[in-house]
Design a protein around this ligand. Sequence first.
Ligand code: ZN
Length: 288
Amino acid sequence: MMVMLVEIVVQVVVLRQGWTISSGPRRRLGGMRIGAHVDPADPLAEATARHAEVVQFFLADPQGWKDPQARADADALRGADVDVFVHAPYVINVATTNNRIRIPSRKLLVKHADAARTVGARGLIVHGGHVDKGDLATGIDNWRKTFAYAEESGGFATQILIENTAGGENACARRFDALARLWDVVGEFGVGFCLDTCHAHAGGEDLVDIVDRVKAITGRIDLIHANDSKDGFDSGRDRHDNLGSGNIDPDLVVAVIRAADAPVVVETPGGATGQSADIAYLRKRLNG
Ligand SMILES: [Zn+2]
């Protein structure tokens, strides 16, 4: 009996120590990790300036087709106590029926996934894309071809996170009926999902219970882009605003983050001042 008791005590101590070790210094007690999309020149300095635990940036001009370049701070980024995410250029559209855009897009996406790995990125965010004329099924099949193409060279080097978008009538990840069709095809490739609150609102998907609706389709949310919207519901416009300054009830943004239980990035205006205020607001609401 005494021996059993001792064993139980030892097991409890081991379990508690294991919990302490695994929860580690990276995790804020009772809170999500929150950060911002920042200028790529010195992301770690930008993170410090915002008291951010997560940092997201571009590895090349978001409006251009240039390859990402090796970064002098790659080791520092990999070793930092900050979660790194990389956003792919906006010009990438792997869904399009225009092969002069589609082929360079999937090639560039592979290169960005390779480069994102060198900085220790936890995910490479890419917009869902769209087809120019009518046929969404072709766009979705083009997504399948993108993953098949990447698999020829061993698969994407970084976890791909498809992000919902605000505009377009033939978008793969604006409305969730399209998203469900997309996931039927790409889900098997282990793709992740990034939910942007501005894009959902402007794209015509209600933020109430949105995490449940997303998870019913994707089974996962890997990252939240917590943004207010300058424009109205279903406007189709993509103009981010600081939390509480735009058209979205900030209570809804907080509820989305709570329900998703994923890292958070604000992609809001106002530089370090504006984003620090948004991050502080979310911490106060989420930890309070
Ligand atoms: Zn976003």
